[in-house]
Design a protein around this ligand. Structure first.
Ligand SMILES: Nc1ncnc2c1ncn2[C@@H]1O[C@H](COP(=O)(O)OP(=O)(O)OP(=O)(O)O)[C@@H](O)[C@H]1O
Ligand SMILES: [Mg+2]
Length: 241
């Protein structure tokens, strides 16, 4: 794989995957202890596709999502985001790639408590040094589409769990990323709210043609995605066996 700079990337939106993982392995070592969490993960995610990764607790779902999102490095193998080999990027380049192409949603929203809903949503645009007024307008449009117009000035502590997760979704989507990576995004919500929030997320990623990976142990939510893969014994399979 050649060392491509961010400006000369032959990635082709018509034919190339947004994310590509090849033979990804991850080993955690602490003194004499070794844990091989991932052991040859292969994955190809196309533009606009929604994918659920299902696995038991401790199977390595979060680890895999962090590696796909460039938040953690793989021990072996290769991950490409929009044609960029993540292992060839320095910290600054990785940060830039993440900010340009990815959105993250976590189980516990990770909103900043001292900022209002709209400020939290606008944050990724501020990090890009986007125009402040334009950033505010974009944040407000998204919040409105998510039914949170009247909550825009509220801080996270003044919102319900479902509302916070919707704000977190808006924050992940505001830059119109190529791919959203979500780690149990509705894990701490009641059943009905979880389905509602998850549906919204699928609707939005579809309407933006954004690829979407969700890791979950919830089979019902997984079935709402176009594809499901199962993580077991460090590998991804198309069946649960
Ligand atoms: N930094 C680390 N050092 C050592 N071991 C780790 C580290 N991070 C994760 N692990 C181990 O890797 C395994 C997978 O962890 P991971 O968090 O990816 O699982 P998960 O599938 O997301 O689980 P859950 O559904 O409970 O969130 C676990 O056995 C965990 O103890
Ligand atoms: Mg996890």
């Amino acid at each position: 794989m050649s060392d491509l700079s961010l400006n000369e990337n032959p990635w082709n939106a018509q034919s190339d995957p947004v994310l590509l993982a090849h033979a990804v392995g991850k080993r955690f070592e602490q003194g004499p202890l070794r844990v091989d969490v991932l052991d040859g993960v292969d994955l190809s995610l196309s533009v606009g596709q929604s994918l659920a990764i299902v696995g038991a607790s401790g199977s390595g779902k979060s680890t895999l999502l962090h590696i796909l999102g460039g938040l953690e490095s793989a021990t072996t193998g290769q991950v490409q985001l929009m044609g960029h080999d993540l292992s060839l990027q320095n910290t600054t380049q990785l940060g830039r790639l993440r900010n340009q192409h990815l959105g993250f949603v976590y189980q516990f929203h990770h909103l900043l408590p001292e900022f209002s809903a709209w400020e939290n949503v606008a944050m990724p645009l501020w990090l890009r040094r986007a125009d402040p007024l334009e950033s505010r307008a974009k944040a407000l449009v998204l919040l409105k589409r998510l039914g949170l117009e009247s909550r825009a000035e509220h801080r996270p502590s003044e919102l319900s769990g479902g509302e916070r997760q919707r704000v977190a979704m808006a924050r992940a989507l505001v830059t119109q990323p190529a791919c959203v990576l979500a780690d149990e995004p509705t894990g701490n919500l009641d059943r009905a709210t979880a389905k509602e929030v998850f549906n919204l997320m699928l609707e939005f990623t579809k309407s933006f043609n954004t690829s979407f990976i969700v890791v979950t142990h919830d089979h019902e939510l997984a079935r709402m995605c176009e594809r499901t893969l199962y993580l077991k014994n460090g590998q991804l399979n198309t069946s649960q066996a």
